[in-house]
Design a protein around this ligand. Structure first.
Ligand code: DAH
Length: 350
């Protein structure tokens, strides 16, 4: 029996010495140590031996088994190192003095539309504000007249952090902070609050050509003495006519949002068919673009502003939707695809 071990051992050593690749080594491992391997076979054959023989033979086989396992492990390490070395050697040498590729990046269509809107609103005296993507439940819902268990929350499921904060579902989440930031100037100096705040929003939603779990909005508010719906219509119309570089017709329909009263859906005349009716506007001649309304008294109050004395309007412009319309992008998912070929056709300068 011991001869059997010795011959198997020398056969193993010889095979191991000739191995060049990890796959080959794995074959050897299975051939010797696998369930049906030669070493396992040796152990199985022990049943016919006497107890004394079993003891010494078993010891020898186990020693061989341990030795083979160790050697295979060491060989595997050696082969892997060799493989890495070979790969490094075959890599092209990186020439740091080589001139750069002339292809340059470009701005994302949403960035372009956002900057355009910012420019237009700035020219009309609005501040442009940046705001966090992680907000509290108070900012995103409570301060906007959406208490816990309000059905309006159903439409805005989002991603919650362990500490109770959440990824904002709407740029409206910044309203409360904006009111608090500018209210003293409003109250003491009678300077109306005029601000827009673009931002990335998140919703826990299934995606399709018209829905994404990540999208961009630009919220705007104006608060002062005697601000009314005509002011809202004027600013929206002016802004949209600038963005699309033509006179834009708008119409208001009633819409419900807990933080405005009355609330509206602002539609624009379909740019594709000019209002005649086509498949893009579902043959109505109008496209829904921007929900808006007169700020709810409770929302002003939460921002430290007396609704008896001041009024204001708010709107939530869908930047993603605006970019799609401006550039004729049919599938919203293209905007988050990271596909440079699809995106860099909109601009060639950085
Ligand atoms: N925050 C709303 C949403 O994402 C949109 C909106 C509606 C914003 C009406 C407004 C508004 O400021 O007045 O669904």
């Amino acid at each position: 029996m011991n001869d059997k071990i010795a011959s198997l051992k020398s056969q193993f050593e010889e095979q191991l010495a000739n191995v060049l690749e990890t796959a080959q080594l794995e074959e050897i491992r299975v051939a010797y140590l696998g369930k049906k391997g030669s070493i396992t076979d040796l152990l199985k054959g022990m049943k016919d031996l006497s107890n004394e023989e079993k003891k010494t033979f078993g010891q020898h086989v186990n020693m061989f088994k341990a030795e083979a396992t160790e050697k295979i492990g060491a060989k595997m390490k050696e082969l892997k190192e060799l493989q890495i070395k070979k790969e490094i050697e075959s890599m092209p040498v990186f020439d740091v003095s080589m001139p750069a590729d002339t292809a340059r990046g470009s701005y994302h269509p949403i960035t372009l539309v956002q900057r355009e809107c910012e420019r237009i609103f700035k020219s009309m005296g609005f501040h442009v504000e940046d705001y966090s993507e992680i907000v509290t439940d108070y900012e995103c819902f409570e301060s906007l007249n959406i208490p816990k268990h309000h059905p309006a929350r159903d439409m805005q499921d989002t991603y919650y952090l362990d500490n109770g904060q959440l990824l904002k579902t709407q740029t409206s989440a910044a309203q409360n902070a904006i009111y608090k930031k500018y209210k003293d100037d409003l109250i003491n100096k009678n300077i109306p609050i005029k601000a827009v705040f673009p931002g990335r929003c998140f919703r826990n939603e299934a995606t399709d050509a018209c829905h994404e779990n990540t999208f961009f909005q630009m919220e705007g508010v104006m608060v002062g003495k005697d601000i009314n719906i005509s002011n809202l219509i004027f600013f929206m119309k002016t802004m949209l006519s600038e963005v699309f570089q033509r006179d834009i017709k708008v119409r208001l329909r009633p819409g419900f949002f807990p933080f405005v009263e009355p609330g509206f859906e602002l539609d624009i005349n379909c740019l594709i068919c000019g209002g005649e009716g086509c498949s893009s506007c579902k043959h109505s001649g109008w496209l829904e673009l921007c929900p808006c309304g007169m700020i709810h008294p409770e929302v002003l109050k939460a921002g430290g502003i007396d609704p008896e004395e001041y009024t204001g309007f708010a709107f939530g412009l869908g930047l993603t939707r605006l970019a799609m319309m401006k550039y004729g992008i049919k599938d919203l998912r293209d905007l988050n695809s990271g596909n440079l070929k699809a995106m860099d056709q909109f601009t060639d300068d950085m």
